[in-house]
Design a protein around this ligand. Structure first.
Ligand SMILES: Cc1ncc(COP(=O)(O)O)c(C=O)c1O
Length: 397
């Protein structure tokens, strides 16, 4: 078995070679896909011991599967966590984490600027369990301190946040959560473990929609949560064993494959995004560009401190509001009008009509999700081709 010292090796090396845990006795380089629902026991006594937790072993793929387990091990390794659990989607990861931490009557503190599906979970599903989500009014850490109270059982943030790329200070917000003895959960989807290590900055739980950069190819939906072994054991028992939101072995294999190329894809996508941000920043049809890599971004200094790269998602506002956005979005040719992000393909979308349409128009106005706001997930294409497509679409805006 290889031994991988994460302190001595480059992150890219760790992504390619993994934690060094054995993949298969055959010597296969790629983790085999254990496409099985159940596992046969040698005899009844072994079965009884495994069910009682007295002996390790595989019982049933809703509880544990070797391929999914390999993916969980690698994510825990890359996120500097004791353990991790893989889920059917990013939304399942968010929902199961919050349901594991809060009981009826409890509160969760978050911000309005999160993925629209997460916001809908806060406002619609968690209310059915009598779990109330309260909101810091701005990304400032001081706002979080002002909103804490003894009923808050967890703090949840997304940084950079969807869709305005607001950057939140993980270390400062972790300090506030810990003053109240509650965990900080960070949705690290936009940054990935390559660019941001929330647990090393003081957060307690980190999660991802692995549908995005970790999978990276727009071909699979998944989620993952990493943290302490105690928390992950509890989450595994509630979210996977009892609520059943598992990742399939084949999806886990696609995610493992995605991890191998994560740094290469992230660097290319970030380089492209920086060039696109600069191009849009000087464009006559564009009134504002939101990208943490630009010095004009309000979160630029925090991003430089807590991230190792600025990632590939940006948003921009068009002078002509909704009509201009509609004309531009209908005119893109190479770029696809599609939700999601972190794919090889560049994807463009209109948050007010698409990912953030569950917010009321007033909420969107307050959060800066204007009708002229367009979100772009910059992919791996040649930069000149991307700029040419954006230019011809902006000409029609
Ligand atoms: C930041 C973030 N978190 C969570 C999710 C939900 O993930 P999924 O679509 O895999 O359920 C998304 C989806 O866009 C997202 O952008």
């Amino acid at each position: 078995m290889k031994t991988m010292n994460p302190d001595k090796l480059d992150f890219a090396t760790l992504c390619v070679h993994g934690s060094g845990a054995p993949v298969s006795p055959t010597g296969a380089i790629s983790v085999p896909i254990f496409q099985t629902s159940t596992f046969a026991f040698r005899d009844l006594d072994t079965a009884a011991q495994e069910f009682a937790g007295e002996k390790p072993g595989y019982i049933y793929s809703r509880l544990q599967n070797p391929t999914t387990e390999a993916f969980e091990r690698e994510v825990a390794f890359l996120e500097h966590a004791e353990a991790s659990a893989a889920f059917a989607s990013g939304m399942a990861a968010v929902a199961m984490t919050l349901l594991a931490l809060a009981r009826p009557g409890d509160k969760i503190l978050s911000t309005h600027t999160v993925y629209g599906g997460t916001h809908a979970l806060f406002e619609e599903q968690l209310k059915k369990f009598d779990i109330e989500v309260i909101y810091a009014d701005s990304p400032d850490a001081a706002e979080f301190a002002a909103k804490m109270d003894s009923r808050v059982k967890a703090v949840f943030i997304e940084t950079p946040a969807n869709p305005t790329l607001a950057v939140l200070d993980i270390a400062a917000i972790a300090g506030i959560a810990h003053d109240w003895n509650v965990p900080l959960i960070v949705d690290n989807t936009f940054a990935t473990p390559y660019y941001q290590s929330p647990l090393q900055l003081g957060a307690d739980i980190v999660l991802h929609s692995t549908t995005k950069y970790i999978g990276g190819h727009g071909d699979a939906i998944g989620g993952v949560v990493a943290g302490s072994k105690t928390f992950i054991d509890d989450l595994r028992s509630s979210g996977l064993k009892e609520l059943g939101a598992i990742m399939s072995p084949f999806t886990a294999w696609l995610m493992l494959r995605g991890l191998k190329t994560l740094p290469v894809r992230m660097d290319r996508s970030s380089e492209n995004a920086m060039q696109v941000a600069k191009f849009l920043d000087g464009h006559e049809k564009v009134s504002r560009v939101h990208y943490p890599g630009l010095q004009s971004h309000p979160g630029h200094d925090i991003a430089r401190r807590q991230m190792r790269g600025f990632s590939g998602v940006l948003a921009f506002e068009l002078h002509g509001g909704f009509p201009a956005a509609e004309r531009m979005l209908n005119a893109v040719n190479l770029i696809s009008l599609a939700v999601s992000l972190g794919d090889c393909d560049t994807l463009i979308e209109h948050p007010a009509s698409m990912t953030h349409s569950s917010y009321s128009p007033e909420e969107r106005r307050e959060l800066g999700i204007s009708d002229g706001l367009v979100r772009l997930s910059v992919g791996l294409e040649g930069i000149d081709d991307l700029l040419a497509d954006l230019q011809q679409a902006l000409d029609k805006a």
